[in-house]
Design a protein around this ligand. Structure first.
Ligand SMILES: [Zn+2]
Length: 269
């Protein structure tokens, strides 16, 4: 047997875009209209009042711009984590969480490292602050979920073999368990050049696939953490799901949902 994504989907696709510039409006709209989900990492100290000449998305339009997408931290002022004292880092992240949560009314538990910079100390500090995952800028060119979500290396930047990796992902080898294609970038890279073709072509190619789960960074993180939290009987044939979300198991004969708190036989019948 093996774990699969919700409703038996074999793989997950997600996006991670930083800095909250106004071009996010078009990018979030593109994802939404294709039934896809991305995560937008915002600097709460940069959010504009949504005036005509603003560089950044306005705080009053967050709900509308990012509808159906995830909002996550990137630091209040986009300061480099590795140059801050521990106290400064704590404020940079904790205050970002607080402000974004006040503006959106939900929990903000995701992050990406400003400038892609982090170290062991920083990981432990943000873990303490209730951050569940944080994205780096080191591309793997692959689809394995991370060992530690606070060091979540993306598959690729959108300028780096996106079409080729997308093709590989569509025809992914069967041995991958819970593969995820994780694309990152900044919407201003499209907005400033006016050339959106790389991301539009990719979204076109990847949209509407039966076997892909289109999810936010946090949804994928929560799902994989739930799978990793499963408990098994000594013979491995009964599973208990202590997590807050259902997990899905594919056996040779059937697809099984193990609901939160449920104990279920998962052997062959
Ligand atoms: Zn940034």
């Amino acid at each position: 047997m093996r774990f699969v994504y919700p409703y038996g989907k074999r793989k997950a696709l997600t996006f991670s875009y930083d800095d909250g510039q106004i071009y996010d409006r078009r990018l979030a709209g593109l994802f939404r209209s294709a039934g896809m989900k991305g995560t937008f990492h915002l600097n709460s100290g940069h959010l504009g009042p949504s005036g005509e000449n603003d560089i950044f998305v306005g705080s009053s339009e967050l709900a509308q711009v990012y509808e159906g997408q995830e909002i996550a931290c990137h630091g209040v002022q986009h300061r480099n984590p590795t140059t801050l004292t521990r106290q400064q880092l704590l404020l940079e992240i904790q205050e970002d969480r607080k402000m974004l949560e006040q503006l959106t009314g939900g929990l903000v538990q995701g992050m990406s490292y400003a400038f892609g910079n982090y170290d062991r100390d920083i990981i432990e500090i943000i873990r303490t602050l209730g951050i569940k995952y944080s994205r780096t800028v080191q591309s793997t060119g692959d689809f394995f979920p991370p060992a530690d979500f606070l060091e979540w290396h993306p598959t690729c930047h959108h300028s780096d073999r996106l079409a080729e990796l997308g093709e590989r992902f569509l025809n992914i080898a069967d041995y991958y368990e819970l593969p995820v294609m994780y694309v990152w970038g900044h919407s201003y890279e499209f907005g400033q050049s006016g050339d959106w073709s790389v991301i539009e072509d990719f979204v076109d190619k990847m949209a509407g696939k039966e076997d892909i789960w289109y999810a936010t960074n946090l949804e994928i993180c929560n799902y994989i953490l739930a799978v990793r939290a499963q408990e098994f009987s000594a013979d491995g044939l009964t599973a208990h799901n202590p997590a807050a979300v259902s997990v899905w198991v594919e056996t040779r004969a059937e697809l099984l949902e193990i609901k939160p708190g449920e104990t279920k036989y998962i052997g062959e019948r």
